[in-house]
Ligand binder design. Structure first.
Ligand SMILES: [Fe+2]
Ligand SMILES: [Fe+2]
Length: 429
């Protein structure tokens, strides 16, 4: 019946919402670039399903247009929220991949079997897609958990214990399922939980050349941004280094999830996913040129510039860079076209479209946050200005050694890329 349906969809909404928030919360602490970008994609998928579920509950007018938690689902919601406090990245990936996602997958399968695809057709359409996404997400989480355990074998015992505890708690409270939730007294933190916090330093994939500043022009204005091949390379390096923007979007999504309305999570999920696509554009481009990750700088300075500050500056940092760089993007796409570099042109062109959306997200949500805090909206510009100062402050701490090493890495990358392009020309001729 309509009311039962709405009640279940509301339960699913909270599960998807918390999956999205938790994936976001863990992104800065996960080192592997594949897992970081993969989590960004999955949190966006979860947010899209949550959005469709939420709209459907409203359509069913249950019992009003308010979307409050079902009291009987409280223990389930608390469990999904509690997995954010996993003892390690491996613990998070294993408990979500082996327990929470399969429970949601089973519930969706059972729902689609039991419900009426005529009366409830609109739900069937998006929940069928969600069901197929869940299967792919489970496969990804399984692989990532194993990869993370291979990197940190010392976390295997706590991961096993934690995953078992999450599974046992889920069975006791009655699973996600379709049935009514039994009233059980299992509130409180899970055994082995570790209070989650957003790290001040982001974890970095150890395959790349580790650094704070990822190209010499960041710390030395006399180092040319370059043209031709050097510009193509610089642009791909910039894209790869948008890894900071994935982390800033994800950290902000999680930090403000309970402060801002639902649309914040929905927009921030898309934002974070888009930045992961920009990062992958750079990665794929650099790999296609035959470069090795170990010779490619992957920096941290923009993320770190906002650390230790009011979290509004992390969001402000995204807005600052979106609005600072967007004017160059179309010109660069045209330059790449003139070089006959269709791939770089294609990447920059799509990037430009995304960044235009992001600039409006930044302006809108900074204003919403300031309104909630009772601040003047003029403070948006002050935040933007302060972000510029924070970045400048961090850049000014670059040491002579750091700059010299970075120039060495950048120059050999340019030289290698030039040799590659010359041999390509010879092959073409
Ligand atoms: Fe971007
Ligand atoms: Fe962006």
């Amino acid at each position: 019946m309509r009311v039962d349906t709405a009640q279940l969809l509301k339960r699913f909404y909270f599960c998807e919402r918390l999956l999205a928030v938790n994936c976001a919360a863990w992104i800065p602490a996960v080192a592997s670039l594949e897992i970081k970008t993969g989590l960004a994609r999955i949190l966006w998928e979860c947010a899209e399903v949550a959005h469709a579920l939420r709209n459907r509950v409203f359509e069913l007018r249950f019992p009003s247009r308010l979307l409050e938690e079902n009291k009987e689902d409280f223990a389930l919601i608390e469990l999904f929220a509690g997995v954010k406090d996993s003892p390690s990245a491996a613990g998070f990936l294993a408990s979500v991949g082996r327990v929470l996602l399969p429970a949601v997958q089973n519930a969706y399968g059972a729902y689609l079997d039991a419900s009426d695809d005529i009366a409830d057709g609109p739900t069937h359409r998006f929940l069928s897609l969600a069901l197929s996404e869940k299967a792919a997400q489970i496969r990804a989480f399984e692989q990532w958990a194993e990869a993370e355990l291979a990197r940190h074998p010392e976390s295997r015992p706590s991961t096993e214990t934690w995953t078992r505890a999450v599974g046992q708690r889920l069975s006791r409270i009655g699973d996600v399922g379709l049935g009514p939730m039994p009233i059980v007294d299992v509130a409180g933190p899970l055994p082995g939980a570790k209070a989650h916090h957003i790290p001040d330093k982001p974890a970095r994939d150890e395959r790349f050349w580790p650094c704070r500043f990822y190209w010499p022009d960041v710390v030395d204005p006399s180092f040319p941004y370059g043209e031709g091949l050097q510009l193509q390379l610089r642009s791909a390096i910039s894209h790869l280094n948008e890894v900071w923007a994935i982390e800033a979007g994800a950290a902000s999504l999680s930090t403000f999830a309970e402060v801002l309305p639902w649309d914040w999570i929905h927009d921030a999920a898309r934002w974070t996913y888009d930045e992961s696509r920009h990062c992958r554009m750079g990665y794929e481009r650099l790999m296609a040129w035959g470069l090795e990750p170990g010779e490619i700088p992957l920096g941290t300075y923009i993320y770190e510039s906002a650390s230790g500050q009011d979290p509004i500056y992390r969001l402000g940092m995204l807005y600052f860079f979106e609005t600072k760089n967007i004017r160059h993007k179309l010109t660069r796409a045209q330059l790449f076209h003139s070089y006959g570099d269709v791939l770089s042109e294609h990447d920059m062109d799509f990037d430009w479209a995304d960044e235009t959306i992001h600039a409006s997200y930044g302006k809108h949500w900074l204003a919403e946050l300031l309104t909630i805090r009772g601040n003047d909206l003029a403070a948006v510009d002050q935040i933007r200005k302060r972000c510029g100062e924070l970045v400048q402050g961090c850049v000014s701490t670059a040491t002579a050694d750091e700059i010299a090493n970075l120039k060495g890495v950048a120059n050999s990358l340019v030289a290698k890329a030039s040799r590659g392009s010359r041999s390509e020309e010879c092959a073409d001729n």
